[in-house]
Design a binder for this molecule. Structure first.
Ligand SMILES: [Ca+2]
Ligand SMILES: [Ca+2]
Ligand SMILES: [Ca+2]
Length: 264
């Protein structure tokens, strides 16, 4: 062997040994207990599961990977995993978290083992959201047209399922901009609309409110949305909103006067 290579080789072997000693991957017989899928949006502090080291010793625990948006916390002594950020538990974003837990034996300070645990989220039904202006103003006998996203419905988990929207008007009536793919049952000043959200929003884009002819004063459109339970566990969820419409008096046509009253 070339004599100049020998010192380099010795140093390399020394470094390799040092690295091996400084982080010894031990086997603590790690087990996960009480782990079960949890509902999205679970409150902070909800217990998710516990890690147990089955070999004798005292250990500390730390989440080292997979903890997106600090969704979970682990008690470094008891190894109990809990929800830390409920907003991070969003089924529509993540259905599963895969956490890496590093376990260190206290007396050595360097002996570590790792456990990987999968935490599945359950979908919970979340409420629809109505977007609508709080108020509008128009002149007597003059319609209001809601264009663009002036009035619209959203629901993070309704997907392609049908929801139900009810419009109730006072002192006026509604004309939808379309009825494609929708089931509509109309009554006196009420419209029950069933369909997919995209189709309902298409019908709302260009929707017209006609004040009752000759009426001035306060009118309104009340909107309620019921997601029919789509999708996830739990009850059907609803939202409601009211658009207050001020109808101002318009120019009145001249009133005919009986000429006889002015006869001299
Ligand atoms: Ca969600
Ligand atoms: Ca959901
Ligand atoms: Ca929903």
């Amino acid at each position: 062997m070339n004599k100049s290579v020998l010192p380099v080789l010795i140093i390399l072997l020394f470094l390799i040994a040092l690295i091996a000693l400084s982080a010894y991957a031990a086997d603590f017989g790690l087990q996960v207990t009480n782990l079960s899928p949890i509902d999205e949006n679970s409150h902070n502090g909800t217990v998710v599961g516990t890690i147990i080291a089955t070999t004798p010793g005292t250990f500390t625990y730390e989440i080292t990977n997979g903890n997106t948006s600090t969704a979970f916390a682990i008690d470094e002594n008891s190894a109990t995993i809990t929800v830390a950020t409920k907003e991070a538990l969003d089924y529509e974003t993540f259905q599963k978290f895969k956490l890496t837990i590093e376990v260190t034996e206290v007396s050595s300070g360097t002996d570590t083992d790792t456990a990987t645990i999968d935490i599945d989220l359950n979908n919970v039904n979340e409420a629809p959201i109505i977007t609508a202006p709080a108020s509008k103003t128009t002149v007597e006998n003059t319609p209001i047209v809601f264009s663009g996203s002036g009035v619209s419905i959203s629901d993070v988990d309704a997907e392609e399922n049908e929801i139900e929207v009810t419009l109730t008007t006072t002192n006026g009536s509604i004309i939808l901009s379309g009825t494609e793919n929708l089931t509509i049952i109309s009554g006196t000043n009420t419209y029950h609309i069933t369909g997919k959200i995209d189709d309902i929003n298409a019908a709302f884009n260009g929707m017209q409110f006609d004040p009752t002819p000759g009426f001035s004063g306060e009118a309104s459109i009340e909107i309620t949305a019921d997601d029919q339970g789509h999708t996830g566990s739990g009850e059907a969820e609803t939202d409601s909103d009211t658009i207050t419409i001020t109808v101002t008096p318009g120019n009145q046509p001249p009133t005919a006067v009986d000429d006889d009253e002015y006869e001299i």
